[in-house]
Design a protein around this ligand. Structure first.
Ligand code: COA
Length: 258
């Protein structure tokens, strides 16, 4: 097993990133958060990368939270810095990416681990996955976007119940709640995420990137999102992919996007 905190493999235009601290259930220490944020920035700027799958190494965890051993003796200013740094480096960055990131949740996704999965564009989970935000058991709240993103994904009432009770959802419950899109046997999780990633990678990248940005904008501002959709829709008519996509349809062939 490599010593690297983050493993990277590539299949065509899809990159798989694997959080690699299996003996600590892939707990997110500062070094891993920094490395993941840096790697995602690099991949997002690489035009040859069309989709990213993020998963955890081992068979037990996606990530069991922020690394508790790193902040156990913190005071208030350090706590605030920890949260702000995480937002800036990683958790707030993923939703702004033009490259879609799919979380393949292969076991526990707790605390910062679930917050990381919720920052991704969508989620698949293995049948053994358990998802929750147990920070109140440590006298804390979720600090990497969990209070905001969980409520948006599953609704306010369930988010309050889950944060308040620290209860973990099974994969099936998470799917029913809209937190994950699909549930699969563990051995089928990565192949299914890769198949979906390859499918997205075969479509027009500028069009997908625009759709991601508009959906993100619409979460904060419906009117602004609708106006931006009108303008983006129009501007895509000038793109080479529009020409290719419509020509391919009329010629009854598959489009070849650059
Ligand atoms: N931070 C730091 N280390 C963690 C961790 C975390 N969030 N989650 C797990 N680990 C470490 C454990 O300390 C243990 O390390 P050790 O072998 O050196 O003692 C190792 O990962 C394995 O975890 P362990 O607790 O022995 O596994 P388990 O199967 O008995 O329990 C969990 C699994 C997920 C229920 C349990 O690890 C847990 O409750 N983790 C913390 C979850 C949490 O509160 N996350 C939110 C943090 S903000």
């Amino acid at each position: 097993m490599s010593d690297s905190l983050l493993l990277q493999t590539r299949q065509g235009s899809v990159v798989v990133l694997e959080l690699n601290r299996p003996d600590k259930l892939n707990a997110l220490n500062r070094a891993l958060i920094g490395e993941l944020g840096f790697t995602l920035r690099t991949l997002d700027a690489d035009a040859s990368v069309r989709c990213i799958v993020l998963t955890g190494s081992g068979t037990k965890a996606f990530a069991a939270g922020a690394d508790i051993s790193e902040f156990a003796d913190f005071q208030a200013p350090q706590g605030e810095d920890l949260s702000r740094e995480g937002h800036e480096q990683l958790f707030g960055f993923i939703p702004q990416m033009q490259t879609p990131v799919i979380a393949a949740i292969n076991g526990y996704a707790l605390g910062g681990g679930l917050e990381l999965a919720m920052s991704c564009h969508f989620r698949f989970a293995s049948q053994n996955a358990k998802l929750g935000l147990p920070e109140v058991t440590l006298g804390l709240i979720p600090g990497y976007g969990g209070t905001q993103r969980l409520a948006r994904l599953v609704g306010k009432g369930l988010a309050i119940e889950l944060i308040g009770t620290a209860r973990m959802l099974s994969a099936e419950e998470a799917q029913q709640a809209g937190l994950v899109n699909r549930v699969l046997p563990l051995e089928e999780l990565l192949p299914a995420a890769l198949e979906t990633a390859q499918k997205m990678a075969g479509h027009s990248f500028p069009a997908i990137a625009r759709a991601l940005a508009l959906i993100e904008l619409g979460e904060r501002d419906l009117e602004g999102g609708l106006e931006a959709e009108i303008q983006s829709f129009g501007s895509l008519f000038q793109s080479p992919d529009f020409k290719e996509g419509t020509t391919a349809f009329l010629e009854k062939r598959k489009p070849q996007f650059n």
